[in-house]
Design a protein around this ligand. Structure first.
Ligand SMILES: [Cu+2]
Length: 337
């Protein structure tokens, strides 16, 4: 914080100009000097009191091939046990976020996802079909509290609540009939009140910055369709290198473990397709991601950042048969005002 104030004062003195310019420079400083984590990491930076930040991100994940544990199973093997096998899946999410610095130590953030999900299948008679769902997901309200700051090191506490605003009643036509209830991974929300929490550590030196985040999403109760999705636990660590005054490059490892479903939706038939089985939902995965950030520190685009991050799994262990992730991509635009 001392560095911010110093920069703001220096700008004020050197420019011999208005307070608003100094304030602009403080924003600029926040967005360019503070090494940001790769765009796929959430809640890893605090904001100065009174600062707003808008984020829009487009996230896509492609899935194909079924895994049982760590080994691939063919579609015909899946069809030996189920009437239908998923063959591929595309999940797209538009995320709209707004952050606000309530104080120097406490930041509030609201995030609303909009998802488009599509899954391709084949059944025992050899018929291909695709199901789709689309709509808003679960709204997240979260807070970030800076509870340790020493030199360039920082530890943040992350906590929040996910409200069940996303639908768990998505339906589509399938060869089994018109307007069928879609299986668990095609639903847009969890249907329960979920609590994300975590710790984030960040540090920087010269052109380098790095950090780690441990996080969990704990779900509570049972939704209106008589089930609760599994809890999620994750750890991610990253290194960012400033390449010049407006480009950063990053590398990141992202590990995640998630549980099976408790309870079950009575409208789903578990013998139909593996995605309707509550005990074939959990898994573990480690992704390796590479990213690039473009940060504008002058002119009309001051305070804007465009980030791109893409990754592939290096390890997947799924309670299967379950579709495996092929790759993921995020593009985010952030603007401080
Ligand atoms: Cu921000």
């Amino acid at each position: 914080m001392k560095r911010h104030i110093k920069t703001a004062f220096t700008a004020l003195i050197l420019s011999s100009s208005s307070y608003s310019l100094a304030k602009d420079n403080e924003h600029l400083h926040n967005h360019t000097e503070h090494a940001y984590a790769p765009v796929g990491v959430m809640g890893e930076h605090p904001h100065s009191k009174g600062d707003w930040m808008f984020t829009y991100s487009y996230n896509t994940m492609e899935m194909k091939n079924n895994l049982l544990g760590t080994s691939e199973v063919s579609t015909s093997q899946v069809l030996a046990d189920f009437m239908v096998s998923p063959t591929s899946m595309t999940m797209q999410m538009h995320m709209f976020g707004l952050m606000y610095g309530v104080s120097e130590k406490f930041m509030l953030m609201g995030m609303m996802p909009y998802s488009l999900i599509s899954m391709d299948h084949i059944n025992r008679t050899g018929t291909d079909f695709t199901t789709r769902s689309e709509g808003i997901g679960d709204f997240r309200l979260s807070g970030t509290y800076t509870f340790y700051e020493h030199g360039s090191q920082r530890v943040l506490l992350n906590f929040g609540i996910n409200l069940p605003t996303g639908s768990i009643d998505e339906r589509d036509d399938t060869p089994a009939g018109a307007d069928q209830k879609l299986p668990y991974p095609m639903q847009l929300g969890s249907g329960t009140y979920d609590f994300p929490a975590g710790f984030t550590y960040t540090n920087q030196k010269g052109p380098w910055s790095w950090g780690g985040q441990a996080k969990a999403t704990i779900r509570t109760g049972e939704n209106n369709n008589s089930y609760r999705l599994g809890n999620e636990y994750g750890f991610t660590a990253w290194g960012v290198r400033k390449l010049n005054s407006y480009i950063n490059g990053s590398l990141r490892v992202d590990g995640k473990s998630w549980g099976n479903i408790k309870g079950s939706d009575p409208e789903l038939n578990p013998a139909m397709v593996p995605t309707s089985r509550t005990d074939l939902r959990g898994g573990k995965r480690i992704d390796l991601l590479i990213g690039i950030d473009f940060i504008s520190s002058k002119g009309a685009l001051n305070g804007n950042r465009l980030g791109i991050e893409a990754g592939v799994p290096v390890y997947q262990n799924l309670n299967g048969p379950q579709l495996a992730v092929d790759y993921r991509l995020s593009v985010a635009w952030q603007s401080v005002f």
